[in-house]
Design a protein around this ligand. Structure first.
Ligand code: MF3
Ligand code: CO
Ligand code: CO
Length: 294
């Protein structure tokens, strides 16, 4: 096993941003605790599906604006403040803010950070990769997406990992559809990752989404032979595989959020929110070409 040196360490986290009183907030906004959720993620009515489309579109729009700002020298705190301003200017709530106490409005995960990186004072450096994860709550629904981008020019090793992480999301999406076993997603993602020598993170999964940020079912990105959940038309869920170049194992920083690879190898992730429809899935968070390919 190759153990690398960390490239990221905790920076300074600026004070929590305010959300204007008139903006409708999710149940955890004040106390930090999501309510125990017994709702199904299935959207029975066209009206609910329309609200999910709206949440997905806004999440994508904000994510695109954030990604436009990524360049060497820009801090992740700057990306967070930009996202926060845009989201509240649309009358929406940035879902991560105070979710189980999370202190910021988006997640920014750099290099060996797998997921849930807290935006802070660290300037992005040429050669970094960064995943920006934007979730918004609008019209009573959450929409969630993320993309990993290059900071300036990155080496071949980073380029390969990011490309395969993107391909894994596409394979997962292709495997999903009404009447199909949910774990076909995990099977497809894991097979593609492994064929390139990468590991798939097991501690963090995709999820049902809608009236609540995280709902049943959880979406494993690896094979789970005993998982007999079947997808049904109207379900809204995320697929968000995290790929590591070395070990799949993660370590959590003392901030209780930042998950890094145990061997400090690179990690990359992409996420879409999806609606299960008659002949497959509709991508609610935009189907455009990711930046690293453009
Ligand atoms: N957006 C993440 C996801 O894809 C969740 C972030 S939870 C937070 O599910 F609290 F860290 F924001
Ligand atoms: Co998600
Ligand atoms: Co997300």
């Amino acid at each position: 096993m190759i153990m690398k040196q960390p490239t990221v360490k905790p920076g300074t986290i600026s004070p929590m941003a305010e959300v204007p009183a008139h903006i409708p907030k999710p149940e955890y906004a004040a106390g930090g605790l999501p309510s125990p959720c017994r709702l199904s993620c299935r959207k029975e009515t066209e009206e609910q599906r329309q609200r999910m489309r709206h949440a997905g579109c806004l999440a994508r729009e904000v994510l695109d604006r954030v990604l436009d700002e990524v360049r060497p020298g820009v801090t992740t705190d700057h990306l967070d403040r930009l996202a926060h301003r845009l989201i509240v200017s649309r009358g929406a709530y940035p879902s991560p803010l105070n979710y189980m106490g999370f202190p910021k409005s988006i997640c920014t995960s750099v290099n060996e950070v797998v997921v849930h990186g807290i935006p802070d004072s660290r300037p992005l450096e040429e050669g970094d990769i960064v995943n920006c994860d934007v979730t918004v709550y609008v019209d009573g629904m959450h929409g969630d997406c993320s993309e990993t981008v290059f900071v300036g020019k990155v080496d071949d090793r980073a380029q390969r990992l990011v490309r395969v992480a993107w391909e894994c999301l596409l394979r997962g999406i292709e495997a999903a559809g009404p009447g199909r076993r949910l774990n076909l997603v995990g099977l497809a993602v894991e097979a593609h990752a492994r064929s390139h020598g990468y590991s798939v993170v097991r501690e963090f999964c995709g999820h049902g989404i809608g009236e609540h940020f995280h709902m049943a079912p959880y979406v494993a990105h690896f094979h789970e032979p005993d998982n007999d959940v079947v997808l049904v038309e109207g379900m809204t869920l995320t697929i968000e595989p995290m790929l590591n170049e070395g070990t799949a194992a993660c370590v959590i920083w003392p901030d209780h959020w930042t998950a890094v690879t145990a061997d400090c190898g690179l990690s990359a992730q992409f996420e879409h929110t999806l609606l299960v429809v008659g002949d497959g899935v509709e991508i609610l968070t935009g189907g455009r070409t990711p930046r690293f390919l453009a």
